[in-house]
Design a protein around this ligand. Structure first.
Ligand code: PRP
Length: 212
């Protein structure tokens, strides 16, 4: 195993913030700021290699060891339950998982509840915990239109500012769980590269404390 640390970053605004945290921790890689479409950036001297992946794919790279560490949303970790270590709550990318429905919707406990979501595992676990029978409708995006068109009664989705719900005449009915970005590590890497990974985790945790 090389001593290089491979870091999977979520592509997008959150990932750029995360890279800045790594830079502050002393693992800079200036070429990453060049405007191009490259996906892999390396600073051999610092022993670090970054790659941009789809946010929902970070956990797969880390679980399978293609990346030693990475940053993934708690939503993805709860939904797919990857076998990784969760090292630090970065306290950014904050939002919540919630049940939402049209304002006028009133749940009838006698009827099976139709739930549309991208997060079937989180939704199923939640409804099991309250003993509610549901009919799960798995969708891949634009979840908000499902109750408007009568495809579902409610949705389980991420709410950040709440403006997507508002603009579609929906409102939060129940909060399920708060979400934020987490630093995660591959279990084998954590054993064999523990010193460097723990150093990075400590530096990054210190920055999240400082940002509070
Ligand atoms: C999420 C979610 C909502 C929106 C909520 O989608 O599915 O559509 O954000 O944010 P708001 O409360 O600030 O309006 P995201 O933009 O992550 O992408 P997606 O549509 O691919 O799920």
């Amino acid at each position: 195993m090389s001593n290089m640390i491979n870091v999977a970053l979520p592509k997008g605004r959150l990932g750029e913030k995360v890279y800045d945290m790594f830079e502050k921790a002393g693992f800079e890689c200036p070429s990453i700021k060049e405007k191009n479409r490259k996906l892999i950036f390396e600073n051999a001297e610092k022993g670090v290699r970054y790659f941009w992946v789809k946010p929902s794919d970070v956990a797969i790279y880390v679980e399978r060891g293609a990346a030693d560490i990475g940053v993934a949303g708690k939503d993805i970790l709860l939904e797919y339950e990857p076998d990784v270590y969760e090292l630090v709550d970065l306290n950014i990318g904050k939002c919540r998982m919630a049940v939402a429905a049209p304002k006028e919707f009133r749940d009838n406990p006698q009827k099976t509840l139709k739930v549309a979501t991208k997060f079937s595992n989180i939704a199923q676990t939640y409804y099991n915990s309250i003993g509610r029978d549901i009919d799960m409708i798995h969708l891949n995006g634009s979840i908000e239109i499902a109750p408007i068109l009568g495809l579902s009664d409610v949705i389980v989705d991420i709410v950040e500012t709440g403006s997507t719900l508002k603009e579609n005449n929906l409102e939060v009915k129940e909060n399920i769980v708060p979400i934020s970005a987490r630093l995660i590590a591959n279990k084998t890497s954590f054993r064999f590269k523990s010193e460097k990974i723990e150093f990075i985790a400590r530096e990054i945790a210190a920055q999240t404390e400082a940002d509070k």
